[in-house]
Design a protein around this ligand. Structure first.
Ligand code: ASP
Ligand code: MG
Length: 403
């Protein structure tokens, strides 16, 4: 098999840990696999370098920031290669440039445009373990670029795609994706497999493990992703195509988002174009809308509600108050003490009664549901924040996710 292994900052946090990673790589190689390793900078290193630049200037040139930050990953790549050589293994470290990673020209937030895998393939054919510096590439002008914070996951997925690797393993200090946050529900279970779409919907559960951008790229390039811990031998969670999952559970996980706030308006003018005007104005002010509800009120006016990230409530309020002064809206209420609980599972596509069970569970716990939204594989409910944990545990139990 050809396996891409990516090790994050904590996994390569000091020299002993780098040696530990080398042992793990060596073990995978001895099992007869070809390996490409993608590494992050040692933990804290990127922040330290950024601090140096900011000490010298309030506005360091982004080109120079990229030159500076990309060095962190190169240090780790070289050190890991040295450790592997010391174990008698042939290894070669590569910068993003040497690995053929070409990006657009947006410094500090570049997107990978294409990868020429020839140098990596040649080294693999020569029997070498390739160690790639993550988080970086080179643009058409030949200048070093970086992919945005946390970007070495993207490097790994893109490299796995370009090499058509059998597996892309992302090593962190967490051993996989759980049915819900184990700090809320200790009976949460580690998932063996989950589809790309479920993972994207469960973003809040995977947030510390995987960037959403990486999951989207893995889906696009059809890369089998595994998240697992570099500190244990426990099997991780495979994130893959829906077709690769034989037994699809009805519900795979429960996500909780405490970062939402709610706006509810009464007496919204009932005229064509009002929603368009309002949501355009919100978009112009960079307010990200999540759920939207509109209901018929009386006297020809409607009621309209939506949720936004808590940090954007102030901006949303400014927009809404504008509509109130223009007499297009009678009054509005703003509520920060809410949360969004979601149940996610591809099995919902082919089964009925999944949403009904969620509502019944809330009723049993006497929790009022303020808003509901559904997609093909998700049911989300907005409830009072003080019931957040209770709701998650009740739903986890109702769908028997501990079994
Ligand atoms: N070292 C970079 C960062 O800290 C990239 C990464 O770790 O993925 O953001
Ligand atoms: Mg990371």
């Amino acid at each position: 098999m050809l396996i891409v292994q990516k090790y994050g900052g904590t996994s390569v946090g000091d020299l002993e840990r780098i040696r530990n990673v080398a042992n793990r790589v060596a073990k995978t190689a001895k099992e007869g696999n070809d390996i490409v390793v993608v590494v992050s900078a040692m933990s804290g290193e990127t922040n330290k370098l950024l601090g140096y630049a900011e000490y010298l200037s309030d506005h360091p040139k982004r080109e120079e920031v990229d030159m500076l930050l990309s060095s962190g990953e190169r240090v780790t790549a070289a050190l890991l290669s040295i450790a592997l050589n010391e174990m008698g293994l042939a290894a070669e470290s590569m910068s993003g440039r040497r690995a053929g990673i070409v990006t657009d020209k947006v410094h500090t937030k570049a997107r990978i445009e294409h990868i020429d895998p020839t140098p990596m393939q040649r080294a693999i054919t020569e029997g070498k373990i390739v160690v790639v510096a993550g988080f970086q590439g080179v643009n058409e002008q030949g200048r070093v670029t970086t992919l945005g914070r946390g970007g070495s996951d993207l490097s790994a997925v893109a490299v796995a795609g370009a090499l058509e690797a059998d597996l892309c393993e992302i090593y962190t200090d967490v051993d996989g994706i759980y049915t819900t946050d184990p700090r809320i529900e200790p009976k949460a279970r580690k998932l063996e497999k989950i589809s790309y779409d479920e993972m994207l919907e469960l973003a809040s559960l995977g947030a510390k493990v995987l960037q959403n951008r990486s999951v989207e790229l893995a889906k696009k390039l059809n890369v089998n992703l595994v998240t697992r811990s570099s500190f244990s031998d426990a099997e991780g969670t495979l994130i893959t195509k829906e077709e690769n999952i034989m037994e699809q559970p009805l519900v795979s996980g429960i996500a909780l988002d405490k970062n939402q706030a709610r706006v509810s308006m009464r007496g919204v003018a009932d005229r064509p174009g009002i929603a368009s005007d309002m949501f355009n104005r919100l978009a112009e002010n960079n307010v990200n809308i999540d759920m939207i509800i509109q209901t018929v009120g009386h006297d020809g006016a409607t009621n309209l509600g939506f949720t936004v990230p808590k940090t954007e409530l102030g901006d949303a309020k400014t927009v809404v108050e504008g509509f109130i002064s223009d007499k297009e809206v009678d009054e509005a209420e703003y509520d920060e003490n809410i949360c969004k609980v979601s149940i996610v599972g591809v099995g919902m596509k082919s089964h009925t009664g999944v949403a009904a069970k969620a509502f019944a569970t809330m009723a049993q716990e006497n929790i009022n549901i303020m808003m509901i939204s559904t997609s093909e594989i998700k049911v989300s409910m907005v409830i009072d924040e003080k019931y957040a944990e209770l709701a998650v545990r009740a739903l986890h139990n109702a769908y028997e996710l501990d079994k």
